[in-house]
Design a protein around this ligand. Structure first.
Ligand SMILES: [Mg+2]
Length: 165
């Protein structure tokens, strides 16, 4: 199903070259948090991720965090990264994607969604104005129970698709 097919599949956000995205005409990045930027089970944003976020910003990309999480920690991450946040997003529903784009004043056709889940991040990106969806491998094996269940379904959709290193 095309809606559930990532436009790109990478091993980590660090493999995303912000300059290449800008060269392709993208100006906005909507970023999932848990297991995309921050591995679950750790309490800190990895320093490489901070550096990558800074690189994205200095390339002129507008970033917004977009998380289904609503716990205190997600506010803390947003504050640390100095990025706008849309929390309790209920991805894949399109409302929060549109809210996030509104916060940074961008249109879906210029936006890239980055996340570690097909059923929330990729599906939501495609449902919301056909945004470009980059799937990354989850940064930890630890996850919420229902997410682990979803991952089994994701595997069925993805077949033997492997991330680009
Ligand atoms: Mg996630």
């Amino acid at each position: 199903m095309a809606l559930l097919k990532p436009d790109e599949y990478l091993s980590s956000v660090l493999k995303i070259d912000p300059q290449a995205l800008v060269a392709r005409g993208f100006v906005a990045l909507l970023l999932d948090v848990d297991n995309t930027l921050v591995p679950r089970g750790t309490a800190a944003i990895p320093s490489e991720v901070r550096t990558w976020v800074a690189r994205c910003t200095s390339c002129g990309l507008r970033l917004c965090l977009l998380s289904n999480n609503w716990h205190k920690v997600v506010f803390h991450y947003a504050e640390e990264l100095k990025l706008p946040l849309v929390y309790k997003a209920m991805k894949p529903l399109p409302f929060a994607f549109l809210r996030a784009l509104g916060k940074i004043g961008q249109k879906p056709r210029h936006a890239v969604v980055v996340g570690d889940q097909l059923m929330t991040d990729v599906l939501g990106a495609h449902l919301c104005g056909g945004m470009h969806a980059i799937l990354v491998q989850p940064q930890s094996h630890i996850d919420l129970k229902h997410t682990l269940l979803l991952r089994k379904i994701e595997r069925a959709f993805m077949g033997d698709l492997q991330p680009r290193e």
